[in-house]
Design a protein. Structure first.
Length: 348
């Protein structure tokens, strides 16, 4: 079933306000979650709204306050997020970094003790539309589901890394985990009794497979690093890099006591105007994207897409036709609507 984007935004906003968040924080979280669904990231869109509401109800996600400034330099700032809503914190950090990049050329904001920040791809277009580049990575030091390459015991979370840059047309947006898949997808498939598309997990004895159930059986298995059994050293290296840029720079991570579901965030905004200039940047990246699209497709009838292109196309279609939600999302949100006395959105 499809829903109007305005109806979903309003519904999500009302639920979050009813749960005790301020208007601005509720709007930020609702906007980012819906953007995830618009881009096709169905495990990191409104599917997170029910768990977020539960975190607010339990006090594990803080409702009020602002981040604390740990250190502050013209082009480098560190915040303690005080477990405030992650999407709101990231949007605040983007505004600060973008304003400082206008004079410094670049600005990095690192956030420790943020709550979960949802879909990384959801943040990029609001930055690329301003002619800026955004790098956004995160880790969760409170959990571990990915073993280092060659090991059996988990150390990392999926540690996603993302980047977005402008071109003369659609921006290019990359959002990938440094693991073969995500906790969100493995959890969903395990509940549904499904299998992964490929051997992205490893059981507790070191055997790869497609069954996400190995993550819940004893001895517990793990998600494989990006690259799998043959070239997972690459994903392992990227996982370590994300840990350095998040927990390392923030001074808060796996060396500290767990506090619950959350994130440590690395966010950097780069202004091409401070380098060779925005026009020169676009000229170069337009040529890169042109050559990618001109590459002969490996499969007949297909085309070569740019990173993020499919999601942006889905978003454009949804603005006209409505948003198609994953089937379990509305049933999951119905008890919350009943608790707060809110009316569920009607499908188109």
């Amino acid at each position: 079933m499809q829903y109007a984007t305005s109806d979903l935004i309003s519904f999500a906003h009302q639920l979050l306000v009813s749960a005790g968040l301020s208007q601005d924080k509720s709007q930020a979280v609702a906007d980012v979650l819906l953007e995830g669904d618009l881009l096709g990231h169905t495990t990191h869109g409104l599917a997170l709204l029910g768990p977020y509401l539960a975190e607010l109800a339990s006090g594990k996600m803080r409702k009020d306050g602002n981040p604390l400034v740990v250190s502050d330099h013209p082009a480098a700032t560190t915040w303690d997020g005080q477990r405030l809503p992650g999407p709101w914190l990231v949007l605040q950090a983007i505004e600060l970094a973008a304003s400082r990049a206008a004079t410094q050329g670049t600005c990095t904001v690192v956030i420790r003790r943020s709550h979960h920040i949802a879909c990384l791809a959801a943040y990029h277009q609001r930055v690329t539309d301003r002619g800026l580049v955004l790098l956004l990575h995160c880790s969760d030091p409170n959990a571990a589901s990915i073993a280092p390459f060659g090991g059996l015991d988990p150390v990392f979370t999926p540690n996603p890394m993302s980047a977005g840059f402008p071109t003369s047309s659609l921006p290019v947006v990359m959002d990938v985990s440094t693991s073969a898949t995500t906790n969100g997808l493995t959890n969903r498939l395990h509940k549904e009794g499904g299998l992964l598309p490929a051997a992205w997990v490893m059981d507790g004895h070191g055997q790869p497979g497609r069954d996400p159930g190995v993550l819940f059986n004893e001895p517990k298995g793990t998600i494989l690093p990006l690259g799998g059994m043959d070239s997972g050293h690459k994903g392992y290296g990227l996982s370590c890099m994300v840990e350095a840029l998040t927990g390392g720079l923030a001074g808060h991570g796996r060396a500290d006591a767990p506090e619950g579901w959350g994130a440590t965030v690395f966010l950097q905004v780069i202004d091409p105007q401070a380098f060779a200039g925005l026009e020169a940047f676009r000229t170069q990246m337009d040529e890169v994207t042109r050559r990618c699209r001109a590459s002969r497709p490996a499969q007949t009838g297909s085309t070569v897409r740019l990173p993020g292109e499919r999601g942006l196309k889905l978003k454009a279609e949804a603005s006209c036709q409505g948003v198609t939600l994953y089937p379990n999302i509305m049933p999951m949100l119905q008890p919350w609507a009943e608790q707060f006395g809110l009316t569920m959105p009607k499908p188109l």
